[in-house]
Design a protein around this ligand. Structure first.
Ligand SMILES: Cc1cc2nc3c(=O)[nH]c(=O)nc-3n(C[C@H](O)[C@H](O)[C@H](O)COP(=O)(O)OP(=O)(O)OC[C@H]3O[C@@H](n4cnc5c(N)ncnc54)[C@H](O)[C@@H]3O)c2cc1C
Length: 340
């Protein structure tokens, strides 16, 4: 074991003072379901672990004028069970309740969920976030890329963003509140994620001396929403493709849509193409299929993951159908979501 310092600050200010100006020197510990695995495998080797579990003001689900506030330390289990979330954001409650396993949801926090590191097997085996062969070529492009990205593949990053919850939060228009040495800032969750250009960068726009304190959800009155995940098996594993849809309706036609795909790109992938395909239309088999096709129209699959293009299109189509209360086939994929 590599020695590290373990600290448990009792205020956000104290916690910020213990973080480092450089990534890798200090790591934040929330539920630990991802960080501890990364440390046991020596993928991250911090000199200091900052346990934030006791920080005040980050454990509550509450309301304010802006909408619903979920403290970064609220566990997935509590989110899935919260009466207010089940009533006002039912597709989110279902999506969170479908993530991981009961034991993990009991420990995992929403702040940790949006900051969890990619599951890319090159990264998890210590070859880096943007792994390269000795000749400088991408190991992912040349190697086994069956679970990698089909969108956002233009740069050196080919892993997929691991959170199944972030796409649903983004579809609902979530923002994150961030505390740092210069005070607080707020960011649309969509803008929180980024595609790193080098191995030393992270997959989000957090600085190494900042922490996420809250997730803010705007009111979701009069929307219909659903999340649909295609998984290899009905078990606690990351899905192969997901789609979250939030629709503002005018009668039976779509006024505005937010469609966000997961497990297809290095960031949660907001599909303007799919949203445009259904704007002003009624959702039925035909329009939902067209939206799915539009969502993957710019896909650039790698050598072994062309199958994901079809799965992603189907995920979008089925999320839309579930959102408007239409039945979808539930073959090997599990049906998720629900109309709000
Ligand atoms: C078997 C298995 C199946 C899983 N399936 C799914 C799934 O289907 N869908 C899904 O979305 N996830 C899944 N997960 C991932 C799981 O949801 C995450 O590990 C968990 O949400 C991370 O939360 P945590 O509180 O344990 O974070 P930690 O492990 O404590 O931290 C994770 C990362 O976030 C950073 N961090 C934590 N909190 C903050 C904060 N407030 N501000 C800034 N940085 C922070 C840490 O430094 C670390 O880098 C699965 C995990 C396992 C082990």
């Amino acid at each position: 074991m590599i020695r590290f310092e373990y600290v448990s600050p009792s205020s956000v200010k104290q916690a910020l003072g213990l973080l480092s100006a450089n990534w890798g020197e200090a790591e934040i510990l929330a539920g630990g379901t991802d960080l501890l695995a990364l440390m046991k495998d020596y993928i991250v080797t911090p000199k200091r672990v900052v346990n934030i579990k006791q920080l005040p003001g980050m454990h509550a689900i509450s309301t304010e004028d802006d909408g619903l506030l979920i403290g970064a330390l609220v566990t997935l289990d509590r989110i899935a069970d919260a009466a207010q979330i089940r009533r006002d954001y039912p597709a989110l409650a279902q999506c969170v309740g479908d993530a991981a396993s009961p034991q993990i949801r009991n420990m995992a926090t929403i702040g940790g969920n949006v900051c969890q590191r990619p599951r890319c097997w090159y990264f998890r085996n210590g070859m880096g976030l943007l792994p390269k062969n000795p000749d400088g070529k991408s190991m992912v492009i040349e190697g086994d890329n069956r679970y990698h990205a089909i969108l956002g593949n233009e740069g050196p990053a080919h892993f997929v963003s691991p959170s199944t919850i972030a796409p649903m939060l983004i579809a609902y228009g979530a923002r994150v509140r961030i505390a740092g040495p210069d005070g607080e800032r707020e960011l649309a969750l969509e803008k929180f994620f980024r595609i790193p250009a080098s191995d030393t960068e992270r997959e989000h726009n957090l600085k190494s001396n900042e922490l996420v304190t809250e997730v803010v959800l705007p009111s979701a009155e009069n929307v219909r929403a659903a999340n649909y995940e295609v998984r290899q098996k009905a078990s606690f594993d990351w899905p192969l493709a997901t789609a979250a849809a939030v629709l503002q309706m005018n009668g039976s036609t779509v006024q505005r849509a937010r469609i966000v795909m997961g497990a297809v790109a290095p960031v949660p992938w907001v599909s303007e193409e799919a949203a445009q395909a259904i704007a002003g239309k009624t959702i039925d088999e035909r329009t939902a299929t067209a939206a799915g096709e539009a969502a993957v129209s710019k896909a650039r699959p790698l050598s072994l993951n062309k199958y994901k293009v079809k799965l992603a299109a189907v995920a979008v189509k089925r999320a839309l159908l579930v959102a408007v209360g239409q039945p979808v086939p539930d073959l090997h994929a599990r049906q998720r979501g629900g109309a709000a």
